[in-house]
Design a protein around this ligand. Structure first.
Ligand code: CU
Length: 683
């Protein structure tokens, strides 16, 4: 074993994945590889940290959706000579020279492979294409751990189908192509009353939305009402604001104030939460409205925001209650030819063929279905419609405002063939703009990108991710085309090419000193993200345990569709646990003093029954993402929602400027409905 001293020396103020195990630190298991000495090698030892990116996202992935890590290798006891680190796939079809390593700490070239083995070998020269010398150390990526189950599991999965089969006529969610389901999984059903809005032939048909350019002092009406919508050839009874999908775009200037007269025509209570706006506490929209309420909104910060209900989002938001809010900076010039608001949602729709009957897959009346992983949809909507289309001119620069309004799905959006510049997020611009190959956007997050279309022809807006077939321990690509952009041969005027080519810098939201002290000081509060389960079906318990040795940092697709569907909020309780007091969810009441920024550590517990990512949202405030797994963020921006990957630790700095009693919760709609919320006070 390496000497403990080596690890003490490299340990920084914040816990890193390879530091000695700490329940409030990042998962050693998911982000650190222990290297083992090859037979006959004495004295050498080491570890490889799979480091997170320094920004702008909390997880780094390729445009294909493959997780990309920066390996940081810590070595001790290497004999004299040249040593090289290698990453090799288990099938040996890819061999990557990661660089020369020495005793101590070395940062290597990034790795983006589903599964890999790391070798340290003694070499004559540094730059070889494959290892030729003696292997000194080796270790396997955590992602090599999922394995196919043995015959015993298969027979249990087959046999249980006989005992657990329910003969009911609930429409079943379609199983994604290419996934293998055991008969016992196929027999699972959620134990709740199915809920869908009551059909009514007299309902109006919803329309696409309008943009409301509002001035200080304006008053508008918003009505929540039932509508008909036709999506992918099927007509559904859904919800709307003002009969539109999405709700009207609200566009205001920074610093203005408006009134919204809201009327609820739905049979159930609802509310409007003005996501990310630092408004007056009384208008935050957490409390249910059965008939009418007038919201007073003020907009202190330029940025891209949205509105949605805060009552059973898993149903109401999914059925269409969401809209964009754009708060423009006074005097700011947009250096793009045009702007587009893209609200992306995945809706879960039954298969109209094969006896599925079609229709929306019902929601749970008393408690949400899909309580484990959240409701992954199968029909992608951009602004409420399938097959988004846009025509642009050659060289045109488009400014896209991206909002993910899905219940649970984190997207990895790209436009292959067009250059994409990341400009801003939730509540403001990035310190420095960056070229990105894709945008990782979790539910409730927003990003602003500029995209230039240089070549005439067609390019696609796609979501490209890697799914994990849990039964066979196999990673596989998932690609969904959300829309197509046609680039016309005529040149765009004016030409924003020169401005587009420059990456702008903004004044950092923190001074260099504040940044250092924020990073090094201990957190004011630490919150553990975990879950408890009770009474889950035997097959679910059994199969989840099979998988319990590995969780992908982000669960991109619904690759356990039946087990997930059948789990309800009665069986699954998602938990926010205060590390200091042990209090959970709504029993937590943190107090912060106004004007004293608070450092909060979010610890996503890897040992939970099912670890997965959580997009954490704080109401009424804004924050900076300081660090992920101990790696300081080099590109700060004001945010209100942050994606915390499985087993990861994310530190945020909360700007406690807005007094009131506010909520903190997970923005996976089913996790929220299954308890994952708490409150805090700023006074
Ligand atoms: Cu969650």
């Amino acid at each position: 074993m390496p000497t403990p001293l080596l690890f003490l020396l490299i340990a920084v103020a914040q816990q890193r994945p390879c530091d000695p195990a700490n329940p409030l630190g990042p998962s050693h298991d998911l982000y650190c590889i222990e290297l083992v000495a090859a037979p006959g090698v004495a004295g050498a030892a080491g570890r490889v940290e799979l480091a997170s990116p320094p920004g702008p996202f909390t997880i780094d992935v390729t445009a294909d959706g493959r997780a990309r890590f920066t390996p940081i290798v810590y070595l001790a006891g290497l004999p004299a000579g040249t040593h090289v680190a290698w990453a090799v796939t288990p099938q040996m079809d890819a061999v990557v020279n990661l660089g020369v390593v020495k005793n101590g700490r070395t940062t290597l070239r990034a790795i983006a492979l589903d599964k890999f083995i790391i070798f340290i070998s003694a070499e004559r020269r540094a730059g070889g294409r494959e290892p030729r010398g003696r292997i000194i150390l080796r270790g396997q990526s955590p992602s090599t751990r999922p394995m196919p189950p043995d015959m015993v599991e298969f027979s249990i999965g087959g046999a249980l189908a006989e005992t657990e089969h329910h003969h009911d006529d609930q429409p079943m969610p379609p199983v994604p192509a290419g996934l293998t389901m055991l008969p016992a999984e196929m027999a699972l059903r959620p134990d709740v009353t199915p809920f869908l809005p009551t059909p009514d032939p007299l309902l109006p048909t919803a329309d696409s939305n309008e943009v409301l350019h509002l001035k200080d002092g304006d008053m508008i009406d918003l009505d929540a009402e039932l509508v008909h919508r036709t999506i992918a050839g099927q007509t559904f009874t859904m919800y709307s604001y003002n009969g539109q999908y999405p709700g009207p775009v609200i566009e205001v200037l920074q610093g203005s104030e408006i009134m919204v007269r809201f009327t609820n025509h739905l049979p159930d209570s609802t509310s409007i939460h003005w996501h990310g706006i630092r408004l007056e506490n009384a208008f935050d929209g957490v409390d249910g409205v059965s008939d009418a309420f007038t919201y007073k909104l003020r907009f202190p910060d330029a940025g891209i925001y949205w509105y949605h209900p805060h009552i059973r989002e898993d149903i109401q938001q999914a059925l269409g209650l969401y809209g964009t809010i754009l708060v423009r900076e006074r005097g700011a010039r947009v250096r793009a030819n045009r702007e587009q608001f893209l609200m992306v949602q995945d809706l879960l729709v039954g298969d109209p063929g094969e006896g599925g009957g079609g229709g929306l897959i019902p929601y749970g009346q008393e408690s949400p279905t899909h309580a484990l992983m959240g409701r992954f949809g199968n029909v992608f909507l951009v602004n409420g419609e399938t097959g988004y289309r846009l025509a642009v001119r050659r060289g045109e620069v488009m400014r896209f405002y991206l909002t993910n309004v899905s219940n649970t799905r984190t997207l990895n959006l790209s436009i292959p063939g067009a250059r994409m510049k990341l400009v801003a997020t939730d509540a403001g611009p990035f310190e420095h703009e960056a070229w990105v190959e894709s945008v990782v956007i979790a539910p409730a997050e927003r990003y602003i990108v500029h995209v230039r279309f240089d070549k005439p022809g067609k390019v696609a807006l796609i979501n490209k991710v890697i799914g994990l077939d849990h039964l066979f321990g196999r990673f596989f690509p998932i690609v969904d085309t959300l829309g197509v952009v046609t680039v016309l041969p005529e040149r765009a005027k004016p030409d924003f090419g020169a401005a587009f080519a420059v990456l702008d810098r903004r004044r950092p939201p923190l001074t260099a000193l504040d940044r250092r002290t924020s990073l090094s000081r201990p957190p004011d509060q630490t919150l553990v993200l975990t879950l408890k389960t009770q009474g889950l079906p035997y097959i679910t318990e059994r199969l989840m345990q099979l998988d319990s040795i590995y969780f992908a940092p982000v669960e991109w697709g619904g690759t356990m569709p039946m087990m997930n569907w059948a789990s309800t909020g009665r069986q699954v309780h998602w938990v926010l646990k205060d590390a200091a007091t042990g209090l959970e969810n709504m029993d937590i009441a943190w107090h912060f003093r106004r004007g004293e920024p608070a450092k909060i550590r979010l610890v996503n517990e890897r040992r939970a029954f099912h670890g997965m990512q959580h997009p954490i949202h704080l109401h009424g405030q804004r924050f900076l993402v300081l660090a992920v797994n101990g790696v300081p963020n080099s590109d700060l921006a004001w945010k209100d929602t942050v994606l915390v990957p499985a087993g990861a630790v994310v530190d945020i700095l909360l700007d406690t400027e807005n007094p009131g009693d506010w909520m903190l919760h997970c923005h996976i709609a089913e996790h929220l409905s299954a308890g994952m919320m708490m409150h805090f006070t700023v006074d």
